[in-house]
Write a protein that binds this ligand. Structure first.
Ligand SMILES: [Zn+2]
Length: 88
């Protein structure tokens, strides 16, 4: 999940939290965007979970009982920024 953390001086810094273990995803190269089947969304729109690449993704796939589609998180965020026409 995309979240924010408050600093000592009151600023809010964006962070990404693993949707499985709820710890911060600090190394984007060790994170993926996983797309489990969800009853809350239509077939056209899927929920995207931000997940640690190793143990947390394994736990998620075992719980879901199937292989899940996924992308490297940095690739997913790049595609998202293009779709949103993010400007720096
Ligand atoms: Zn995790």
């Amino acid at each position: 999940m995309i979240a924010a953390i408050s600093t000592i001086n009151g600023d809010r810094v964006p962070i990404i939290i693993c949707d499985e273990c709820h710890k911060e995803l600090e190394d984007i190269e060790m994170a993926i965007a996983a797309m489990p089947a969800s009853q809350e969304f239509t077939e056209e729109i899927q929920q995207v979970l931000h997940i640690h690449k190793t143990n947390c993704f394994d736990v998620l796939e075992i719980r879901e009982g199937e292989f899940l589609p996924w992308l490297e998180l940095q690739e997913y965020l790049f595609l998202l920024s293009q779709r949103c026409e993010l400007k720096t």
